[in-house]
Design a protein around this ligand. Structure first.
Ligand code: C2O
Ligand code: CU
Ligand code: CU
Length: 448
């Protein structure tokens, strides 16, 4: 990273690399800088961050900053491909093509939050991310320091995902025809998305971490293609949620367990001072079993001074007023036969760059009623939203704060409210089950 007065500049090369994920086994990945997860990018709120990505992979790529309030030309639209060096492009193509490299600019004019960047190539996001194209991008704000939350090496991101490995150590991604041919009425393979049987935290299978008997802040990210988690500590201790996708909550929320859909982030504080020194504390996943039931382990190594606290008031979140909504929209996420094939659709339509589902004017507040037939983590680019309710109830217990991804459950209606501002232009929203996304469960909105 190089810094000048107003900006921080990163350079990354996307490349094929052989790394050790399983002990003693070589695994080929596609990694930002050849590592998985990719390097963590840190933006200071209000300072521009520029990231130049070189593509030395054998395939086109697209980089998206998930949770970023990014201008449309830097947002990683699925057809804005970066072709590998030396490739030529010819013929018609709807996207903004680059060869060899592309420079993405992020204003970071947004709340401090745990964001992540990942590949977003149309039809191929799922296999590209599976092979390793994901990393963290934190937006930091010095104003947070007055809160005295756990800091330094007690502020730890935990990127959780599942993968499978073939006998030779390679990452095993089943080859799915992106057109997913299955006759109407027949359930296609990987309908639920692709799941792995090895759980990785920050790229390490079932790691163990030594901790002091003090408070830690964990920034949890579910970077899995399709797996949902229900996390809890064993022996039990409260998971005190302080943040969500869009940064700090207004007030802490105490959970005994945490449900996390793909792409969601939860920031929690765990007080290991509640355990005796020497205790092993397991982070378990109640939605998994066997190898996927265990995520990682903490070992409480020693007592230590703890200057941190969790204040009662964390941040200010102005409530968006439903009465201010210009438009109420129904957005239906469902599986559907499209001609002779089965696909995942939004309002009955597969993704097309040429079709807008919504055209809010800059600054408009809209309410979206999201209906789902399955588990669909619904993600909007550009904006963060608030959850108004689920079914006839208020927001769910994991819906607090500013969200950019909502864990929509089968046969559910969830109501969200957002203001379309920050930038004008065309953006996507989609299911963040990456197999669903690749199977066309994506749409556009254009801020006018
Ligand atoms: Cu995390 Cu459109 O993506
Ligand atoms: Cu996104
Ligand atoms: Cu889905």
């Amino acid at each position: 990273v190089r810094s000048t007065a107003g900006e921080d500049f990163y350079e990354m090369t996307q490349r094929v690399a052989d790394v050790e994920i399983l002990p003693g086994v070589r695994t080929q990945i596609w990694g930002y800088e050849g590592i998985f997860p990719g390097p963590t990018v840190i933006s200071r709120r209000g300072r521009k961050t520029i990231v130049r990505h070189r593509n030395e992979l054998p395939v086109p790529t697209v980089v998206h900053l998930h949770g970023g309030r990014t201008a449309p030309e830097h947002d990683g639209y699925p057809t804005d491909l970066v072709l590998p060096r030396g490739w030529q492009h010819h013929g018609q193509h709807g996207g903004d093509l680059r060869v060899g490299e592309r420079t993405y600019e992020y204003d970071a004019d947004q709340r401090a939050a745990t964001l992540w960047y990942h590949d977003h190539r149309m039809d191929f996001t799922a296999p590209n991310v599976w092979r390793g194209l994901a990393g963290l991008h934190l937006v930091a704000d010095d104003a947070e320091r007055v809160l005295e939350l756990p800091d330094g090496d007690r502020d730890v991101p935990l990127m959780i995902c599942d993968r499978s490995f073939a006998a030779d150590g390679s990452l095993a991604y089943p080859s799915v025809d992106p057109e997913l041919v299955a006759p109407p009425g027949v359930h296609p393979p990987y309908e639920a998305g692709v799941l792995g049987d090895v759980l990785l935290v920050n790229g390490i299978p079932w790691p163990a971490m030594e901790v002091d008997a003090v408070r830690y802040r964990f920034r949890l990210l579910n970077a899995s293609n399709a797996r949902r988690y229900r996390l809890r500590l064993d022996p039990p201790a409260p998971l005190v949620q302080i943040g969500s996708d869009g940064g700090l909550l207004e007030r802490p929320v105490t959970h005994q367990h945490l449900d996390m859909a793909p792409a969601e982030r939860f920031e929690i504080v765990v007080d290991f001072g509640a355990y005796p020194v020497g205790q092993r504390v397991r982070l378990v996943n109640d939605f998994g079993d066997g190898s996927t039931g265990q995520v990682m382990e903490f070992r409480v190594a020693r007592t230590a001074a703890d200057p941190s606290r969790v204040p009662d008031r964390l941040s200010e979140i102005p409530r968006l007023d439903p009465a201010a909504a210009k438009t109420v929209r129904d957005v239906v996420l469902q599986s559907k036969a499209i001609g002779q094939v089965h696909g995942w659709t939004i309002n009955g339509e597969p993704f097309s760059p040429d079709h807008d589902h919504a055209e809010p004017r800059f600054g408009d507040v809209e309410i979206w009623n999201l209906y789902g037939d399955f588990h669909h983590p619904v993600h909007l680019h550009l904006v963060h939203f608030q959850v108004l309710g689920r079914g006839n109830d208020g927001p769910g217990q994991f819906d607090a704060g500013w969200k950019d991804t909502l864990d929509l459950r089968p046969a559910e209606r969830a109501q969200i409210i957002t203001r379309f501002d920050g930038h004008r232009g065309r953006y996507v929203f989609h299911c963040h089950n990456l197999e669903h996304e690749d199977m066309m469960m994506m749409g556009n909105f254009s801020v006018r």
